[in-house]
Write a protein that binds this ligand. Structure first.
Ligand code: GTR
Length: 428
């Protein structure tokens, strides 16, 4: 009785907060006109705050990169915990003949034994059967729970909060009807056949995605152990932190090649993937799929979704300070090309969709292109072209690639096929 009252008041509150923020954001005008973009100047990746020109890897790694990290922590995503907390990995299921014998399917629970009310991360993993040696992996969070990525009825049903758009949910809680609801976004069989492992977890395990979600997520329950108050970081920070905990598991898993983990994320989870890739350099590659505002798109262009829109709809995604730029992106000391530069020298793939103007495809392209000088410091090749490529024609022959696909905001088979090709070229 008491428990059900708790759950209904929790979901009513989450619902009202989410709808309220969304309605408020709808009153903010949206610009889709290139001509109306304000004049803006992007901070130079290779000029330090003290004016010093960065011309070698040493100065990038020891001066400019740390100061860019610091700027993003202070103004955008918040700090990351400096303290580590004891982690326990438990394999709760192993299915040796998943996908008609192509893969071994495992479910791993990552828990934090020192913190009694901490959330658990439930990781779903597919390992290709018959692989010789350690295999590379794609790792990414999912929106609606592990059961949504496959029709397999034995996958654990997520018990964590999922956003309203997740199908087969009642009061943001998964039901059996949610199984396979996002299977088209996760072509596991194709990836396994290409020799990759696949690992995923529900982002709601780390922090429920609404403005008071921090209370039951990592930020609220582990503040003391992690040495960070909830307001010092953000939901995106918590999701990124969770990706690093999954990486901890990968590192000690003999079947996996921890040096070849391609971190992939769509939309808000693309933002989280980029911040995770910046804060944890063990991820060997980062793939941003339609990550848009607060992800790969330049904020200062104010095209489509803006800082003000995102802070109004999702006030918990970033730190409070980010809201001070709602009306004044010119004052932002960073822009997202600097976030992408933090991935260097590791391979980076940024993808947009033609109909996803809200995410500003051109802003994503320009940010990606602006990372070239940093890649060049390492003797790597960034995007050479200054023109956006035609749709469905990926561009970039070095460590950085970009495409704009026909269609809407989504992660499709086409997108995955390009990622597979990129990974195979860079990690032959
Ligand atoms: C939108 C949001 C975007 C993007 C997207 C998603 O509503 O405005 O920034 O993150 O959600 O995650 O699907």
């Amino acid at each position: 009785m008491k428990k059900s009252f708790f759950y209904s008041s929790f979901f009513i509150k989450a619902f009202l907060l989410t709808v309220g923020h969304r309605l408020l954001a709808q009153t903010i005008p949206v610009n889709y006109d290139e001509v109306a973009i304000p004049a803006y100047t992007l901070p130079d990746p290779l000029t330090a705050l003290n004016g010093k020109k960065i011309s070698n890897i040493n100065d990038w790694q020891n001066l400019r990169r740390p100061e860019i990290m610091q700027l993003f922590a202070e103004h955008v995503y918040g700090k990351m915990p400096a303290k580590t907390v004891a982690t326990h990995f438990e394999t709760t299921s192993t299915t040796p003949n998943a996908l008609n014998g192509l893969a071994t399917r495992q479910e791993i629970t990552i828990s934090f034994p020192e913190v009694s009310n901490a959330p658990r991360i439930y990781v779903l993993v597919y390992l290709p059967n018959g692989a010789v040696g350690k295999v590379p992996a794609f790792l990414g969070l999912n929106f609606c729970g592990n059961q949504c990525i496959s029709p397999d009825s034995t996958i654990r049903l997520s018990g964590s909060y999922a956003p309203d758009f997740c199908r087969g949910f009642v009061k943001n809680q998964a039901t059996e009807a949610s199984r396979a609801s996002q299977a088209d976004r996760w072509p596991v069989e194709m990836l396994i056949k290409q020799g990759f492992a696949v690992a995923t977890a529900h982002y709601g395990d780390l922090e429920p995605d609404f403005s008071e979600g921090w209370k039951t997520g990592i930020r609220g329950t582990m503040a003391e152990e992690l040495g960070l108050q909830p307001a010092e970081w953000s939901a995106i920070g918590a999701w990124a932190w969770g990706l690093s905990r999954i990486m901890d598991w990968i590192v000690q898993t003999p079947a996996l090649n921890a040096k070849e983990v391609a971190l992939v994320g769509h939309s808000r989870l693309g933002k989280a993937a980029l911040w995770a890739g910046a804060t944890d350099q063990r991820f060997g590659m980062v793939i941003s799929n339609n990550s848009g505002e607060g992800g790969a798109a330049l904020a200062k262009r104010e095209f489509g979704e803006t800082v003000k829109h995102i802070n109004t709809t999702f006030p918990h995604w970033f730190v409070e300070k980010f809201k001070t730029y709602n009306q004044n992106t010119a004052a932002l000391p960073v822009d997202q090309h600097l976030l992408l530069s933090l991935i260097a020298p590791r391979p980076l793939y940024v993808a947009s969709a033609q109909d996803d103007r809200w995410a500003d495809p051109k802003g994503e392209f320009l940010a990606t292109q602006a990372t070239a000088p940093v890649y060049e410091l390492y003797g790597k090749t960034g995007l050479k072209t200054s023109e956006m490529p035609p749709v469905d024609q990926p561009t970039g022959n070095g460590s950085v690639r970009y495409h704009i696909r026909t269609g809407k905001h989504d992660i499709t088979r086409y997108d995955w096929e390009q990622y597979v090709q990129f990974v195979k070229e860079l990690w032959p």
